[in-house]
Each structure stands twice: as C-alpha cells, then as structure tokens.
Design a binder for this molecule. Structure first.
Ligand SMILES: [Zn+2]
Length: 121
C-alpha cells in the first residue's frame, strides 16, 4: 500500500487532511487529523469497509425460494452448494426454508455463486 499523499510505501493509517479522508503514512498523518476505526456509531461505514455493500439492505421476502430455484437450475444439490459456500448443509436447508436469514457475507456469496439478487433495491 502506498501513502495517498507522498506515495511512500508504508503502513498506512486513515487521516483527515484538509477535509478529505485519506490513507496515509504516519508522517503525512501528522499533517492532518488521524481518524480511528469507527466506534459503532456508523454501521453503514463499517459495512462498506468490510462487506463491500454500499448501503444497508433488506433481504427479499422469498429469499429461500429464490436460492432453492437458482440452485436447482444450476443442477447443484444442497450439499454441493453448501460446500461451495463453506457452510453446513443444515444451515442452507434452513435458509432455503426461509427459517434463517443468511448473514451479510453469506448473502454476497450466494449472489455470486448462484448469480441472483437477494437484496431489495
Ligand atoms: Zn506520506
């Protein structure tokens, strides 16, 4: 990673410099105000950083059915899909039965593996 101000290769920290949020080296960070990890007050920010989902989302109502149909269309058994997702088959079974809501990370994996959308726009 390179500092966004001086371009030096270094361990970077997040800092606010002249109103902009940048990833900079410790030297450049001293020019501005270092920003530390968000402390729960901004969930949207955390999601964007770690799950690459830009906005909080709502699962579609019939997510279980959509997942099951997409899986069957791909000719995958529940066991095979569970393996691809690194999940237990029992978890997938409950998700397909609309009994269990998949985690954010799992929603993303399901969408990618099955080529579906599980989030309401
Ligand atoms: Zn720098």
């Amino acid at each position: 990673m390179r500092c966004e101000v001086c371009g030096r290769e270094a361990k970077l920290i997040r800092a606010e410099i002249e109103g902009a949020e940048l990833l900079v080296c410790s030297k450049c960070a001293s020019l501005g105000k270092p920003l530390y990890k968000p402390e729960g007050k901004s969930k949207v920010f955390v999601r964007r950083d770690y799950f690459k989902i830009e906005e909080p989302f709502v699962l579609i109502e019939n997510y279980g059915e959509v997942i099951r149909k997409a899986r069957e269309k791909k000719g995958l058994t529940r066991e095979e899909l569970a393996k691809k997702l690194f999940e237990k088959e029992s978890v997938l079974q409950r998700i397909e039965a609309n009994e269990l809501e998949p985690s954010d990370a799992l929603v993303l994996k399901l969408e990618k593996v099955l080529g579906i959308t599980l989030r309401e726009q």
